[in-house]
Design a protein. Structure first.
Length: 129
C-alpha cells in the first residue's frame, strides 16, 4: 500500500514558487523567494519528497548546485523528463529545453535508467552585455 503524503502549507508555498518561475531553481533560490515563510531544512525535505513523488526532477549544474524543475510526465520513482537543460554561465540560471533526443549508444551490458543533458553557455540577456 502506497503511503499518502499530506499536503501542507509549506508544500503549497514551494509549489507556488515553481508555478511562478520559467526555469529551474536551486534550494537557495526557493528559500530566498519564500522570505522566511518556510525554513531551509523544511524546504530541503519538501524538495526531496517532491522528487520521490515525481513532482520535480533534479538537474546537477557545473557550479555544483542541484536545481529542481517541475516534471511533466513523471511518477513516483519513475522520472521521464529526459530532456536537455541549459545552464547560463553568466547569470547562473538553469532552463529546461524542450529538445529531446536519443541518448548515445551505450556499450554492451550497460542500460540507462535516466539521462540528463546539460548545455552550458550564455543566455540572450548575458550575451547582450
Amino acid at each position: 500500500m502506497e503511503k499518502q503524503r499530506r499536503n501542507t502549507k509549506g508544500k503549497q508555498l514551494v509549489m507556488e514558487v515553481f508555478q511562478h518561475e520559467a526555469g529551474a531553481l536551486c534550494h537557495a533560490d526557493i528559500v530566498q523567494r519564500l522570505a522566511g515563510k518556510v525554513d531551509r531544512v523544511t524546504v530541503y525535505r519538501i524538495l526531496q519528497g517532491f522528487f520521490d513523488e515525481g513532482v520535480v526532477h533534479k538537474i546537477s549544474a557545473e557550479n555544483g548546485k542541484t536545481y529542481y524543475a517541475l516534471c511533466h510526465d513523471c511518477s513516483a520513482g519513475q522520472h521521464a523528463d529526459n530532456h536537455a537543460h541549459f545552464y547560463c554561465m553568466g547569470c547562473k540560471t538553469v532552463l529546461c529545453l524542450e529538445v529531446t533526443g536519443q541518448p548515445p549508444q551505450l556499450p554492451q551490458g550497460y542500460s540507462a535508467a535516466e539521462a540528463s543533458w546539460l548545455i552550458s553557455g550564455y543566455c540572450p540577456s548575458c550575451n547582450a552585455v
